[in-house]
Ligand binder design. Structure first.
Ligand code: EPU
Length: 442
């Protein structure tokens, strides 16, 4: 295989799509399943590269995890005997670090290398480590081999903890550790992304006692978790946003089924500012091109803000809008990996450093550790006619954005790095063909 998508662009994408299950909920729910006594069945899991890698890793550790239908997975952590994750598998997915939770509960110790994941910033895990220490877990980083090593002296104890800055997987990791701890935990300044709610619902269905009020979690530790029925993961809101942008950027329209509007409310509100149409029907959202698009600025931020995962595909839409728009990225320090690629198609985008009064507070990453990264914002000058080209995918969301750009561009484009896109989007080529797109994987 050439690991590329060939896209013939220049015509509107139109139709109805069924979303897959949320990648960023499924990964955590599969890991949390390893905390349960006995097997756990989970439905609506997307069949994507990231999930396949995680299932493989669980089997290597001695657990059982496999698809038993196109989108249904059964997981059983009972056989886990191995307490160390090798670098090869850990580096494939950032969530490998979260395996500390089931490994510590099952084996009392674990060693996991510095996590991997998309290259969109330095992505440290100091907040997770601080939480582990607050729970009485002895954890240290071994500079010799690059592993974090943790050991339990006693049962993990509930604690009161406040995250200094919001972290998505950090919050989910904390939930996993606290739900089986001895006593109560109170965790403040948590991340409020809907995927976190999905994890809480899943664990509570298995007997956990987790309650959330705004950005504070109260967790009463329980002795065991048991799955009573099959859990169904929510739809992928990042896929919803991506598909909406495919339709709008190509002057088409799409009906997106099975998505709760509040999960993407800020996106809906921002789309309306461009002049594009949004209509919320009973069980679907209709996004449609209506009239010339207007340049619209965004600043990314944690939920309920404009999500960082949406800014790359948004940038493509803005190449098709009249006027100058800006994107200010505040969550990751290096998430403009697509800019040079869009420029190859004729997009006009400049970097600029926005003036920020208190960067340590605004930015979710460590501002003071920033070294040689590009500025935190871009200016997009629209509208530009994009032409075809050969593009390279730097990370998952950038990859989807290049597919959108190739669908807008005239002529045939090559998007190299199909497997990076397939890590997070289930059958994207098939879904796009269903909307009239001309795309094939080679
Ligand atoms: N951060 C730290 N220290 C920490 C934890 C985070 O400095 O201990 C920094 C990060 O480097 C980043 C910021 O804080 O600059 C926010 O990181 P967060 O922990 O919230 O992000 P994440 O958990 O690594 C998840 C998703 C991302 C999504 C972000 C924001 C998964 C597997 N990944 O990342 O999704 O963009 O939250 O919601 O859930 C993707 O799907 O392509 C993706 C990158």
């Amino acid at each position: 295989m050439e690991d590329a998508y060939i896209v013939r662009g220049g015509h509107p994408l139109k139709g109805e799509v069924q979303l897959s299950g949320a990648k960023n909920a499924s990964l955590k729910i599969i890991i949390a399943s390893l905390l349960f006594d006995g097997p756990v069945a989970v439905a609506n899991i997307p069949h994507i590269g990231d999930i396949e890698d995680l299932l493989r890793l669980i089997n290597i550790l001695g657990g059982e995890a496999r698809f038993i239908g196109r989108n249904e997975v059964v997981i059983d952590g009972g056989g886990i005997r191995q307490d160390t994750i090798d670098l090869l598998h850990a580096s494939k997915t950032r969530v490998s670090f979260m395996l500390f939770a089931p490994l510590l509960y099952r084996l009392g110790q674990a060693s996991i290398p510095n996590p991997g994941g998309c290259r969109i910033g330095s992505r440290p895990i100091d907040r997770q480590i601080a939480f582990m220490k607050a729970m009485g877990i002895k954890v240290a980083y071994d500079e010799e081999d690059g592993y974090y090593k943790a050991k339990l002296a006693n049962r993990i104890k509930g604690a009161a903890f406040q995250f200094d800055q919001v972290t998505h997987t950090g919050t989910e990791f904390a939930i996993m550790l606290a739900c089986l701890a001895c006593g109560e935990s109170t965790i403040g300044n948590i991340c409020q992304e809907p995927e976190v709610d999905d994890l809480i619902d899943f664990l509570n269905a298995g007997g956990a006692k987790i309650s959330k009020k705004n950005d504070v979690l109260s967790i009463q530790g329980v002795d065991r978790l048991i799955a009573k029925e099959k859990y169904r993961v929510s739809s992928d809101r990042n896929e919803a946003v991506t598909l909406a942008l495919f339709a709008l950027a190509t002057k088409g329209e799409v009906y997106i089924k099975s998505i709760e509007p509040p999960a993407i409310q800020t996106f809906i509100d921002t789309v309306k500012k461009t002049g594009a149409g949004v209509a919320i029907n009973q069980d679907k959202i209709h996004f449609f091109y209506d009239k010339a698009l207007q340049a619209t600025d965004v600043v990314t931020s944690p939920h309920p803000g404009f999500m960082t995962d949406w800014q790359a595909p948004w940038a493509v839409l803005m190449t098709q809008a009249d006027g100058v728009s800006t994107i200010h990225e505040t969550v990751f320090e290096n998430r403009f990996g697509y800019v040079e690629e869009l420029a190859k198609l004729g997009a006009h985008i400049d970097y600029f450093e926005p003036s920020v009064t208190d960067p340590e507070k605004l930015y979710q990453f460590h501002w003071s550790d920033r070294q040689g990264d590009p500025p935190q914002a871009i200016k997009i000058f629209g509208k530009t006619n994009l032409h075809n080209g050969v593009l390279y995918v730097s990370d998952l969301r950038a990859g989807a954005s290049l597919l959108i750009a190739a669908s807008v561009a005239s002529g045939e484009s090559v998007v190299r790095g199909a497997s990076v896109i397939d890590r997070g989007y289930e059958a994207i080529d098939k879904k796009l063909r269903g909307l009239g797109g001309i795309i094939k994987k080679v």
